[in-house]
Design a protein around this ligand. Structure first.
Ligand code: AMP
Ligand code: GLY
Length: 422
């Protein structure tokens, strides 16, 4: 009998998961909740929101699913994996107690300190004066973070005292700061995303990836969820990835297990490559978006079996099996993104772009309206190019982008420039 898998979420990451599951030799039947116009081609979209935990569990029971793969962080923090576990349904992702590693910045810093993970010096506090005093002691060169989930908008990096004080005042008023603020030393360097699958005991790392968070070229403009990525990142040598596994992944898994909150799923360390070595900026407890759009198409073998093995304690440790090609993805965003994205613009050229060799078009904020695909979110598409090296991958990705058009579209033209300029 065909096995059944549900992908929870509806962004580019989830479309990339659906595609990777679709090409698995075990050819499972695939569902997505809620999915998007892209996942609909390979999966049955269920009209259930990604954070509607009880409805997701009901659907999983009703359809006798063999695996649930959770894309975004919110359902993890809300305990989706706990509820599925009670019903005996395997899920890729941590339970709520371990998802706090992303859900609470102060918890995350506490675990890092206890596990002796290299990270920025910090203070967790709910007292603004104390926060300001600590920021002053670092001459205002700090990152200020609201404790709770803020969809990437809860961090302000300050360069002097005035900026630090205004950041503390601003974030202290946000809902995500209900449980306080983290103020930490500002780290300098290049960022690297290191993701690994883990069943709690075994770790299988992916190649390193680099994200591009600012909305405009040359890293200008406001932060976004991510405007593009590539992998492998030349800075992420095997030796460095091994060091990060040893210093930043393994100790955190061990510490969480000691606390009775064992972690399984995808552990993602956001690393700053500082002059003093790699340091952890944050953990995410899921695939990154758009990192997934460059990591998943590089996986070799049966992705369904791989994800199931991580969800059931059977993961084979060591680097995941990846093809020898590079991948680079360019996010095409809607008019007004990130502040106020416009919806409803008709997207042209999708078929033409998909027909280009080495190009995958992953849908993010899209919806099918009659015969048309329209924009329905801030990040609309992630266009991934594959090639023998990063330069070839970049060329393929931008050929894909050039074939597509919608009113108000914008994208960065410099994805990968840093790696290629070296
Ligand atoms: P986070 O959500 O903690 O990863 O923060 C989002 C982004 O803010 C990171 O990807 C960095 O670009 C930046 N950031 C966070 N913490 C620091 C820090 N201590 N020093 C410099 N930049 C930081
Ligand atoms: N691309 C960064 C993230 O998914 O959090």
């Amino acid at each position: 009998m065909k096995r059944k898998v549900l992908v929870v979420g509806g962004g580019g990451r989830e479309h990339a998961l659906v595609e990777a599951l679709h090409r698995s030799p075990s050819s499972p039947e695939i569902f997505a909740a809620p999915g998007n116009a892209g996942t609909a081609a390979r999966a049955k979209n269920l009209p259930i929101a990604a954070d509607a935990v009880l409805e997701l569990v009901s659907a999983a029971i009703e359809r006798r699913l063999d695996l649930v793969v959770v894309g975004p962080e919110v359902p993890l923090v809300l305990g989706l994996v706990d509820r599925l576990g009670e019903r005996g349904i395997p899920a890729l992702g941590p339970r709520a107690a371990a998802a706090r590693l992303e859900g609470s910045k102060s918890f995350s810093k506490k675990i890092m300190a206890e596990a002796r993970v290299p990270t920025a010096r910090f203070l967790s506090t709910s007292d603004q004066d104390e926060a300001i005093e600590f920021a002053r002691s670092l001459s205002g060169r700090v990152a200020v973070k609201a404790d709770g989930l803020a969809a990437g908008k809860g961090v302000i990096v300050a360069g002097d005292e005035a900026e630090a004080i205004s950041a503390i005042r601003q974030l202290a008023g946000d809902a995500a700061a209900r449980d306080g603020l983290v103020v930490e030393e500002r780290l300098e360097g290049e960022e690297l995303s290191v993701l690994a699958l883990t069943d709690g005991t075994h770790i299988a790392t992916f190649s390193g990836a680099q994200d591009h968070k600012r909305v405009r070229d040359h890293d200008e403009g406001p932060n976004t969820g991510g405007m593009g990525a590539y992998s492998p990142a030349p800075k992420g040598t095997r030796a460095l990835l091994d060091e990060i596994e040893r210093t930043a992944l393994r100790p955190v898994l061990d510490r969480l297990a000691e606390l009775g909150a064992p972690f399984s799923g995808v552990l993602y360390a956001g690393i700053m490559l500082t002059a003093d070595g790699p340091k952890v900026l944050e953990y995410n407890v899921r695939f990154g978006d758009p990192e997934a759009e460059v990591l998943l198409p590089r996986l070799r073998g049966d992705v369904f079996e791989l994800l199931l093995s991580a969800a059931t304690g059977q993961l084979r440790p060591g680097p995941v099996d990846e093809i020898d090609q590079a991948a680079l993805t360019v996010v095409m965003a809607a008019a007004g993104y990130p502040a106020r994205p416009r919806r409803g613009d008709v997207i042209h050229g999708l078929k033409e772009a998909e027909a280009i060799p080495g190009v995958h078009v992953y849908h993010a904020g899209t919806e099918q309206v009659g015969g048309e695909v329209r924009t329905a979110g801030g990040r609309v598409l992630a266009v991934t190019g594959m090639g023998a090296d990063l330069a070839a991958a970049k060329e393929a990705a931008y050929r894909g982008v050039a074939a597509i058009h919608f009113e108000g579209q914008h994208f960065r033209t410099d994805i990968g420039a840093r790696a290629l300029g070296r």
